[in-house]
Design a protein around this ligand. Structure first.
Ligand code: MN
Length: 234
């Protein structure tokens, strides 16, 4: 029986998201385990079809429903870049006080021998300070207008974007950068970490071993991209 599940990159509110298909499965999985980690870009305020305030309210309602329906499960919401918005952060600060089985984390959470993080540290070599600086730019980022959002959909739906992440994010480069970051915050193999769960690259990766760590990525809830709920050790 698994004890913990992990998902990331649902990109809820974005046109290109198809994550509504997985929400019921997520709730059912959560009702069977002790812990569930939501690993960032769960919500996408950058490409949202609706204004930020409405999207944040809708996000809060979804979290409230999920956590009360699965009240024996502890939920950890780790933020990604697309949901690192000041309005959500303010809302989460209040929500965390009202919901006993919800915690949120800006950058990562450690459970047992596992670390869960979004994975945007893989964009380039980063330490904690550089990640904080990169994230800072997302705090009050404006939503892209409907026109740009449509253009983006055209690009995504015709899969023109697909080769790019593959070129940019080679497995080894990704895991090496994540490992360097983890070492810089003392959450590497020397600190007892064995498993790393991450998202952001939208590329499924199962049990990929690199220098004492095993990496896992469940893909993304986006049209044309593979997605799965990952069983995690914690
Ligand atoms: Mn991301």
């Amino acid at each position: 029986m698994p004890k913990c599940f992990f998902v990331s990159d649902l990109h809820l509110f974005a046109n290109r998201s198809n994550a509504h298909r997985y929400l019921e499965q997520i709730a059912q999985s959560a009702s069977r385990v002790e812990a569930f980690v939501l690993g960032g870009d769960i919500f996408d305020f950058r490409w949202a079809r609706i204004p930020t305030l409405r999207a944040v309210e809708s996000a809060a309602r979804w979290l409230d429903d999920l956590t009360s329906r699965c009240n024996k499960c502890r939920f950890h919401l780790v933020l990604g870049n697309h949901d690192y918005h000041q309005v959500l952060i303010d809302r989460l600060t209040r929500l965390e006080k009202q919901i006993p089985n919800l915690s949120w984390h800006r950058y990562y959470v450690r459970l047992g021998n596992s670390v869960f993080l979004h994975g945007d540290v893989a964009e380039r070599r980063m330490d904690a300070r550089m990640l904080a600086e990169a994230r800072q730019q997302w705090l009050d980022r404006r939503r892209r207008g409907p026109f740009l959002s449509k253009m983006y959909d055209v690009v995504v739906l015709t899969r023109l974007h697909k080769p790019v992440p593959h070129l940019v994010f080679s497995k080894r480069i990704v895991v090496r950068r994540i490992m360097k970051y983890l070492e810089s915050i003392e959450q590497g193999p020397r600190n007892g970490v064995r498993h790393v769960y991450f998202g952001h690259t939208h590329k499924k990766l199962l049990n990929y071993r690199y220098r004492g760590l095993t990496f896992h990525n469940g893909g993304a809830g986006i049209k044309g991209i593979k997605f799965r709920i990952i069983e995690a050790k914690c």
